[in-house]
Design a binder for this molecule. Structure first.
Ligand code: BV8
Length: 246
């Protein structure tokens, strides 16, 4: 640790020398904005449901109105919060390194609202409506219990990737290329339980990148990383940007 910087010297040096930094974020980065993480128990009305059971095409087919109520509740929650210093630090970091690729598992649009550009939305975006039949982007009737595709009459669905569904091809390809090419890979605010996203850090590591995780609760992957920084992203990331500046 150098003076005024509590982060590992070797990590800061690797970031200073990096040509290409790749960042993968998960729900933990949005936690400090007040968005419950994916695995935290949901409050109130939704406490009886497991998100993993709701975020599936089968659940939607079985009860589209229930799934729309869940996503509209989540949309309201996310629309009512603001990006936190962790989101802002990632947007700032993109201006401080030659190339930064940001891959997010989050569907909440908070990185974009913090100023990040070219965000790879690995699991889609909760604010998009798509035709259930062909996946095309549509503008749904917000008052309808289950909005209908005006083109083909199918139900509309939220524009997220559900369990059992393939990652959008462009997101998959761009993320894989960035993981292979990057010099430093930061895995931030994710339990690293959901694949194929959780495999990206290992892919980067196999291709010679320095890999670090930032999470108050070390994950099962922590031992495989070069650095496991136990801390909240809203505190660690602004400090990381500050350390780089000095
Ligand atoms: C697919 C959108 C195949 C919906 C989500 C092996 C290989 C491939 C697939 C699989 C495999 N094994 C199993 C699978 C299937 C499955 C899977 O991974 N299951 C898991 C549960 C084992 N994967 C899939 O189904 C994927 N699709 O593989 O398709 C295929 C191929 C071809 C054709 C057809 C099919 C699709 C997965 C996408 C699911 N959709 N979200 C929605 O949001 O409603 S995933 C969902 O979980 C969210 O996106 C979330 O981001 C994501 C991951 O969770 P995390 O972000 O990590 O959040 P979590 O709550 O778990 O953890 C938060 C962390 O933050 C914690 O560690 C906590 O300590 C930390 N934290 C808290 N506070 C802070 C903090 N960190 C920093 N600072 C803080 N302040």
């Amino acid at each position: 640790m150098t003076e005024n910087c509590d982060l590992p010297d070797a990590l800061i040096a690797a970031l200073r020398d990096a040509r290409h930094v790749c960042i993968l974020t998960g729900a933990g980065v949005s936690a400090e904005s007040g968005v419950p993480t994916f695995r935290e128990a949901q409050d109130g009305l939704w406490a009886e449901y497991n998100p993993q059971d709701l975020a599936t095409p089968e659940a939607f087919v079985a009860d589209p109105a229930l799934i729309w109520r869940w996503y509209r509740w989540r949309r309201e929650t996310v629309a009512s919060v603001k990006p936190n210093p962790g989101h802002v630090a990632i947007a700032t970091l993109a201006e401080r390194v030659p190339q930064l690729t940001l891959i997010t598992q989050n569907v909440d649009n908070l990185h974009q609202r913090a100023g990040s550009r070219d965000v790879i939305e690995y699991h889609g975006n909760i604010f998009e409506d798509r035709c259930f039949a062909d996946g095309s982007l549509r503008a749904g009737d917000e008052q309808a219990a289950v909005p209908i595709c005006t083109d083909c009459g199918s139900n509309l669905r939220p524009g997220v990737v559900w369990f059992g569904e393939a990652i959008p091809e462009h997101a998959m390809n761009q993320s894989g290329s960035a993981a292979v090419d990057c010099d430093v890979f930061l895995s931030i605010g994710t339990s690293s339980l959901v694949y194929p996203a959780a495999g990206l850090a290992n892919l980067a590591n196999q291709n010679g990148a320095i890999v670090a995780e930032i999470n108050p609760n070390p994950t099962t992957h922590a031992a495989n990383f070069d650095f496991a920084i136990a801390g909240n992203s809203g505190l660690v990331l602004p400090e990381l940007v500050d350390c780089l500046a000095h």
